[in-house]
Design a binder for this molecule. Structure first.
Ligand SMILES: [Zn+2]
Length: 420
């Protein structure tokens, strides 16, 4: 979930079908695409972030109904079974997202409903999807031809300041947690909110230590640079960024600064580059800032906001990000963090207006073809596709095995650690 919402994706897809770049080129007449497809047939492609579960939860016609949102048909969104297959997706972290802005509602209840929804969705297609809890599960399912389905939680507010809650989520299958979403917590600063702690509090550090002990990946997408830095100081396992791009190329709070990228070699972690337009294109980021400013003005003036913004958008057409710009971010992360520290985290079904050339989950091979044309070696492409993430997961699993021998589950509380 990028913070943007989708709406007219189907209409956009229809529009784009005629406007495509090498969309008409098949693997037969595009040697780079043919090579990309061969490579992805032999190496698992692991995507770090997809918001299909929230899409089903909020379906306007049949909310939370996994039968009605039939993945065997062409869905109105960016993800379904046929497109996952043509995109050669081997493993998917399905985001089980809970908005942090709903302060009047129980986050844990919504989180449990998200587990339920994701697990019902996976169970509905036993021939195509399989719940995955480990690196071994991913490799086994890749050989069987099913999409290894991992669960990733988005936003530490769902812990409700409890380490017991964290442990139960692990037992239900969660294998990563972004420490925050867009809202700063009692124990961690978010990228899109005010910095109240300068990073993590002592309880926030204890959350990271307990995640290490469990073997749940510490996900630093959505957190502030201070939280990124504090988490890197305290974690014993490699971290991930499940859906973030490079701040040096696009100035956006959700992206990773070079000062953090250069710390990944020592930590061992991976930045899974995301496709969200405003995170990969400065023109889109600037346009969205202007759009939001205009919207705030219109709302303050109590105007007919919808028609005002439609007119504004006609006078100020939205620019589109491109597949080449996503490739630029992959080049940058590979160069600054190193080829062992880059991955892919699309955020499909979490944003509108996908980059031209990366309209849905069927398009991953085209991104690999672009990188082949840019001179990436097969070895670096295999690392990008999934080998880096498999390495991170195995390391986190091994560290958890050791830490579980060395220490008991933490029973520390936020009252003890942050308000003594
Ligand atoms: Zn997100």
């Amino acid at each position: 979930m990028s913070g943007e919402r989708r709406g007219l994706a189907l209409a956009l897809l229809v529009m784009l079908a005629g406007a495509g770049e090498p969309a008409a080129l098949s693997a037969q007449d595009d040697p780079a695409l043919a090579r990309a497809r061969r490579l992805l047939a032999a190496t698992p492609l692991i995507d770090g972030h997809n918001d299909l579960v929230w899409e089903i939860r909020t379906s306007p016609t049949a909310p939370r109904d996994v039968a009605a949102y039939d993945l065997r048909t062409t869905t109105p969104g960016q993800t379904d079974l046929a497109r996952l297959r043509s995109g050669q997706v081997a493993a998917q972290f399905w985001s089980i997202y809970v908005p942090g802005e709903m302060r009047d509602s129980g986050y844990a209840r919504i989180q449990l409903e998200e587990f339920d929804l994701a697990r019902r969705m996976i169970a509905r297609y036993p021939d195509r999807l399989a719940l995955a809890l480990s690196a071994d599960d991913i490799e086994r399912e890749f050989k069987r031809g099913r999409v290894a389905s991992l669960l990733g939680m988005e936003g530490g507010h769902v812990l409700e300041n409890s380490l017991g809650t964290l442990r139960v989520y692990y037992d239900l299958g969660a294998r990563y947690l972004t420490l925050t979403h867009n809202v700063t917590l009692d124990w961690a600063d978010a990228a899109a909110d005010s910095a109240r702690h300068g990073g993590l509090t002592e309880f926030g550090r204890e959350v990271v230590r307990e995640m290490n002990r469990l073997g749940m990946l510490v996900d630093l997408s959505h957190v502030s640079p201070g939280t990124m830095s504090d988490a890197l100081d305290v974690t014993e396992a490699p971290v991930i960024f499940s859906h973030s791009s490079a701040r040096a190329l696009t100035e956006h709070v959700r992206n990773v600064p070079d000062s953090i990228l250069t710390r990944l070699e020592k930590n061992g972690g991976v930045v899974m580059v995301t496709f969200v337009g405003a995170f990969v294109s400065q023109a889109v980021a600037d346009w969205e800032a202007r759009y939001n400013h205009e919207l705030a003005l219109a709302q303050a003036a109590s105007a007919d906001t919808a028609s005002h913004m439609r007119e504004w958008e006609q006078a100020n057409p939205r620019p589109r990000a491109t597949l080449a710009q996503v490739a630029d971010h992959l080049d940058h992360v590979r160069e600054v963090a190193g080829p062992d520290h880059v991955g892919i985290g699309s955020d499909f079904d979490g944003f509108d207006h996908p980059p031209v050339g990366l309209e849905d989950v069927s398009r991953f091979p085209y991104l690999f073809a672009e990188l082949i044309r840019r001179g990436w070696s097969d070895d670096d492409l295999r690392k990008l596709a999934g080998r880096n993430l498999l390495r991170v997961l195995r390391q986190a699993e091994a560290i958890a095995t050791r830490l579980r021998r060395e220490r008991e589950p933490s029973t520390r509380t936020i009252e003890q650690l942050d308000r003594p």
